[in-house]
Write a protein that binds this ligand. Structure first.
Ligand code: B12
Length: 217
C-alpha cells in the first residue's frame, strides 16, 4: 500500500511523503471525537514551491506568489483527495485535510496542524521561522494531511535543527523570527499579513519561507 500511495503522490506532483501515528496529538485536532474514533494514522504530503517565484517576494509578497500559493493549495487538496480515495478503495477510512482552511479565525486554527504532523512523519524539523524545514527544500514547501485508520509504519523523525543558520531572520519585516521557534512572534506575523492584505491586496507573506537558505524546487 505504501508504494501505491507514494507512486500516486509522485505522479500528481507531490515531492514529500511520510507516515505518522497521531494517537498522542489527535486531541488537538479540530474534528469531533466521533469522527476521529479509530483514526490514529496520518499521511503527510509536501509540495515544493517554485524557487524563481519565491525570488519575486523581495520586500513584500508578489501577485505571482499569491497565484502560486493558491495553485499549490489546489494541487495539495487534489493529491490528498486522490490518496484518500485510494485508501478508501482498499476498505479503510480516510479524511483529506485541506491545505489552507482556517476554521477558527480568532485563534487562527485549521482542522489539524500540518506542520506538527509533518514533523512527526519525518518530513523535517521546526525551524527558527516556525515553519517545517526540510533538508532538501528548506521551508519552501506547503503541506497537507490525510488522516486514516489504515495502520502505517511511522517514518523516522528528523533529529536536526537550523543550527547556526538564521538566513530567514533579516527578511522578516516585523522581526517576528527569534533565536528559537518557541519564541516566534505569531501576533506580529499575523498583523503584518493583515497589513499586506490592506496595503497591496495580498493577504499572505512568505518572505521567511523563500529566504530559508537558497533551497527550493
Ligand atoms: C492560520 C495559519 C496561519 C496564520 C497564523 C499561523 C499560526 N497559527 O501559527 C498566519 C496568517 C499568520 C499564517 C502565516 C503564515 N503561514 Co500559515 N497557516 C495557517 C493554517 C491554515 C492553520 C495553522 C494552525 O492551525 N495552527 C494551529 C497550531 C496549534 O499549530 P501550529 O501553528 O502549526 O504549531 C504550533 C504547535 O503545533 C507547536 N508545534 C508542535 N510541534 C511542532 C512541529 C513543528 C514543525 C512546528 C512548526 C510547530 C510545532 O508549535 C506551534 C506553536 O506556535 C496552516 C494550515 C494547517 N492546517 O496547518 C497554515 C500553514 C502553517 N501556513 C503556512 C505558511 C507557509 C505560512 C506563511 C509563510 C505565509 C504564506 N502562506 O506564505 C506565513 C508564515 C508564518 C510562520 N512563519 O509561522 C504553511 C507552512 C508550511 C511549512 N513549510 O511549514 C501551512 C502548514 C499551510 C500549508 N498547507 O502548507 N498562517
Amino acid at each position: 500500500m505504501n508504494k501505491q500511495i507514494e507512486n500516486l503522490i509522485c505522479q500528481d506532483g507531490g515531492k514529500l511523503v511520510g507516515y505518522a501515528c497521531v494517537k498522542e496529538i489527535k486531541h488537538k485536532f479540530y474534528l469531533a471525537p466521533n469522527i476521529l474514533n479509530g483514526i490514529d494514522y496520518a499521511i503527510s504530503i509536501g509540495v515544493a514551491l517554485n524557487k524563481e517565484i519565491l525570488k519575486t517576494n523581495e520586500t513584500s509578497p508578489s501577485f505571482l506568489y499569491k497565484h502560486h500559493y493558491r495553485q499549490v493549495n489546489m494541487l495539495l487538496d487534489r493529491i490528498a483527495n486522490n490518496i484518500a480515495n485510494l485508501v478508501i478503495s482498499q476498505g479503510y477510512r480516510a479524511i483529506p485535510i485541506p491545505a489552507s482552511i482556517i476554521i477558527d479565525w480568532q485563534k487562527q486554527l485549521g482542522h489539524v496542524s500540518h506542520r506538527e504532523v509533518a514533523n512527526l512523519a519525518g518530513l523535517g524539523w521546526r525551524g527558527k521561522n516556525n515553519l517545517l524545514v526540510n533538508k532538501k527544500y528548506g521551508s519552501s514547501i506547503r503541506l497537507a494531511t490525510v488522516l486514516t485508520d489504515l495502520v502505517l509504519e511511522p517514518s523516522a523523525p528528523i533529529k536536526e535543527d537550523c543550527g547556526s543558520c538564521s538566513a530567514c531572520q533579516e527578511f522578516c519585516p516585523v522581526g517576528a523570527i527569534k533565536d528559537t521557534p518557541e519564541n516566534f512572534d505569531r501576533d506580529a506575523c499575523c498583523k503584518q499579513v493583515k497589513e499586506f492584505s490592506r496595503k497591496i491586496g495580498v493577504g499572505i507573506c512568505g518572505l521567511c519561507l523563500g529566504h530559508c537558505s537558497e533551497k527550493g524546487n
